[in-house]
Design a binder for this molecule. Structure first.
Ligand SMILES: *[C@@H]1O[C@H](CO)[C@@H](O)[C@H](O)[C@H]1NC(C)=O
Ligand SMILES: *[C@@H]1O[C@H](CO)[C@@H](O)[C@H](O)[C@H]1NC(C)=O
Ligand SMILES: *[C@@H]1O[C@H](CO)[C@@H](O)[C@H](O)[C@H]1NC(C)=O
Length: 402
């Protein structure tokens, strides 16, 4: 355990005021991605069924409007003209046909490539073909490109230079075609993308791949808790795709995972088999009051920790991140408060208004619980909400009383 506050002071010089506004996604992207659950076991039937189910279940209406194909959609070699080749066994009708189907339902479509010689799964990479590949993605009807960082050691630029290649390619293709691709990237050679990602991309991964277990979720959130200043409108820290529905995550853990990703303003990309998602898991992912904070068009800043709880404030602890977080919602009269119980037992939630920079110690607040969907009452000085089960989350909106 050590404090990283001194590191933060020195890195806060760069922040999202210089975010790249390419006209796409002022608020975080929402949708679906194949990787977490299906890895390379993908085909056009899976994508079509997923899209139809997401529409039927209300995900599209709730804002989950990207359907993104991850690695393994392509062959290992380019064709004679240098173009990437879609795997004809997985996508016999072709990707253009698939994006038209997705657009017809009301979704947008995403695709995957890699900065290196090959993708992480060993298929043709984009190094030195960025422009050709960006043009192909637009021709095929895609709206979103996720660019990974495997097998890219042979190109010896700095990280910003390496990832700028796709910023330049998408920008040039926009000039040719009028169509801009959302640009999301994964950099994992140094894990500092938040310091140079904002001017060149729409979102950037901040940590190693997520896994469907509580320890990985707390580790990612711990790192995210120190870099909220770098995420805002048009450019977002990406905590990685959601694991709701995967592994052994309990409903309390799924609630906390979704809450934390939404309120740190991460992209929300569902990464599970929609056809086997329980109604309880669906209800968590569709919580409209939590999604509204993630998609707030007035306040771009994520919630940030104001009181660590068990650990002293400022403590870096991958197993026990900050527990109490706050941020304005819609305007400065409304404050969202997030609490997650990282203890392995039930504990009381209790904090003093004076601790949060988003609350005024001398004001009264009407408090609404966004998981119970209930107004709780009007409170002053401090807020006590009794016992919170292990690994569960609470979210409240505090409305200032005048
Ligand atoms: C896509 O392919 C399917 C069959 O594979 C066909 O029925 C459909 O008409 C095609 N759609 C478009 C838009 O080309
Ligand atoms: C998490 O944060 C620590 C402390 O700042 C840093 O050393 C580490 O590289 C980060 N890990 C990742 C994967 O971002
Ligand atoms: C909650 O915190 C306040 C302020 O520190 C304190 O006065 C109050 O006694 C606490 N309530 C409980 C039930 O622990």
């Amino acid at each position: 355990m050590h404090s990283v506050l001194f590191v933060l002071v020195s890195t806060c010089l760069l922040h999202s005021a210089n975010a790249w506004n390419n006209g796409l996604q002022k608020t975080p992207a929402m949708g679906f991605n194949t990787w977490n659950r299906f890895q390379c076991n993908i085909d056009e039937d899976l994508i079509r069924q997923t899209a139809v189910q997401m529409k039927d279940l209300g995900f599209l209406d709730a804002g989950y409007d990207f359907i993104n194909i991850d690695d393994c959609w392509l062959l290992k070699d380019r064709d004679a003209s240098g173009s990437l080749v879609t795997d004809p066994d997985k996508f016999p009708s072709g990707l253009k046909n698939l994006t038209e189907f997705l657009h017809g339902l009301g979704f947008k479509a995403g695709i995957y490539e890699d900065l290196g010689l090959t993708t992480c799964a060993g298929f043709a990479g984009s190094l030195n073909h960025e422009l050709t590949d960006a043009r192909l993605f637009v021709d095929l009807g895609f709206d979103y490109a996720k660019i990974d960082d495997c097998n890219s050691g042979s190109f010896s630029g700095t990280n910003p230079e390496r990832f700028q290649r796709w910023t330049d390619a998408t920008t040039q293709i926009q000039q040719e075609t009028g169509k801009m691709l959302f640009y999301s990237f994964v950099e994992w050679q140094s894990f500092d993308a938040w310091t140079w990602g904002p001017p060149i991309a729409n979102s950037w991964r901040i940590y190693d791949d997520i896994q469907p277990n509580w320890g990985r979720i707390t580790a990612i959130l711990n790192n995210a808790s120190f870099i909220g200043d770098f995420s805002n409108f048009w450019g977002h820290n990406d905590l990685d795709m959601l694991e709701n529905g995967n592994g052994e995550l309990t409903l309390a853990e799924q609630r906390s995972h979704f809450t934390a990703w939404a309120l740190t303003k991460s992209p929300l990309l569902i990464g599970t088999d929609i056809s086997s998602l329980s109604q309880d898991s669906i209800d968590i992912l569709l919580n409209p009051e939590i999604i509204a904070i993630n998609q707030d068009t007035q306040i771009g800043e994520p919630l940030k920790p104001f009181f660590w709880g068990k650990n002293p404030d400022g403590t870096w602890d991958p197993m026990f991140p900050a527990q109490y977080w706050s941020g304005f919602s819609q305007d400065k009269q409304h404050t969202a408060i997030m609490y997650i119980n990282f203890n392995d037992r039930t504990v009381d939630l209790n904090f003093t208004f004076a601790h949060s920079p988003h609350l005024q110690a001398d004001k009264k607040y009407a408090i609404r619980d966004l998981w119970k969907h209930e107004d709780i009452g009007v409170f002053s000085d401090f807020f006590f909400d009794g016992s919170i089960p292990s690994h569960d989350a609470r979210v409240y909106i505090f409305t200032e009383q005048t």
